[in-house]
Structure formats: structure tokens, C-alpha cells
Design a binder for this molecule. Sequence first.
Ligand code: FES
Length: 217
Amino acid sequence: MKTISLTINDREITARKGDNLLWVALDNGIHIPNLCALRDKPEPMAGCRLCFVEVKGREQPVTACTETIAEGMVVNTQGAKALRLARTAFELLMASHPVDCAHCPANRSCELQKTAAYLRVKLKPKRFRKLVRELPIDHSNPQFVYDPNKCVLCGRCVWVCQQRLGIDILGFAHRSFERVVTTFADEPIGDLNCRDFQECIITCPTGALSLKDGEKI
Ligand code: FES
């Protein structure tokens, strides 16, 4: 496989031609916030808008998860324009996310906490009006809980359920602020005989899917 060279944050990096910029950066220890990307998902959803970076020669920042690396590419993950866009996306996301970390099963492993620290933004930013959803929590499965209020709609569990596992229990429903990850006809998850839920729990970047009784996988 042909390799090419690029520069990220003044570091020269060699990677395989055709590789994705987000994974090249992460594999080389350069953090770029991301919620909706999955390494084995061929088409990025690019929905979270957290992975903005600046590429020399481009007028506007680009999302790293949708960018293929190129020979001689010069990337800056710390540019002011890129960080401003990522911060705005994060603050909008947090405007509809309940923040009660001390009682959340994802506390200390939550991607939102990591992203807030990286972007130096509070978990309860004040720029946008708080609009928290009050959706029913699904306790119907004996082993795990699904709390749609903590879901950030990254789509990772949906893709894992449908494409990686071929189970097709989870999907998106509704639009705009009503958009939610749910089951067909909103059936309780416990009625659907899902046995491979561990993969969905592992892929969830927040505490939306978690084991009961605070257990960890
Ligand atoms: S990881 Fe790139 S937009 Fe979500």
C-alpha cells in the first residue's frame, strides 16, 4: 500500500494513501474531538460537527471525519476558526443534554466530559437556552437501561445494531428537536430479545445506554 506524508500540528506524519484524516490524527496521538465517527463505518455521518480542523489552502475549516489525507497536506487542529465552530456545536449539543454527571453511569468515561475539557467549554454553557427533553427512560431489558434524554444522536448504536450486528432493532425516528433513537413503533427494548447489547453500550459515547446497577462492561 502506498504511503504519503502530511503535517498535522507541525508534526510530519506518514500514513497510507486514502486514509481518513480523523483516524490518522488519532492513531498518531493527536486528539480531535469526535462523537459520531466509527472506524468501520465507511460513510461518515458527520452529524456532531465537533471534529473541525483547518487545512492549509482551504478557506473554511473542514470536518476531519469526512476528509481523505493527501500528499503534502498541512493540518492544524488548534486553529481559532476550527475551535470556534467545534465549541458552538458542543454548546448547542449541551443545550439539550441533562447534566448530572455525579449520578450518571458514564461519569469519568463520558465523551462529553472529555470534549468539554479539550475545548475548554463548561458542561453547562450559558450561551444557548436550555431545552432538555423529558422522554421516558426504558428499563424494560433486565440487563441494561436506555435513557434517550442522554442520547446525543451520534448514530453509533444504530449503525452497530443495523450494520455491524445485522440485528435492526434500533433506528432513528422523527425530526428536528423530536429526533430520537428508538425501536420500531417505540416498542420497549426488553420485548425485542436483544442479546448483543454489549456492543451498543460500548459504542455509546455518553450514558444513554448503560448496564443496570452501575456495572461496567
Ligand atoms: S466526528 Fe466528524 S462530524 Fe462527528
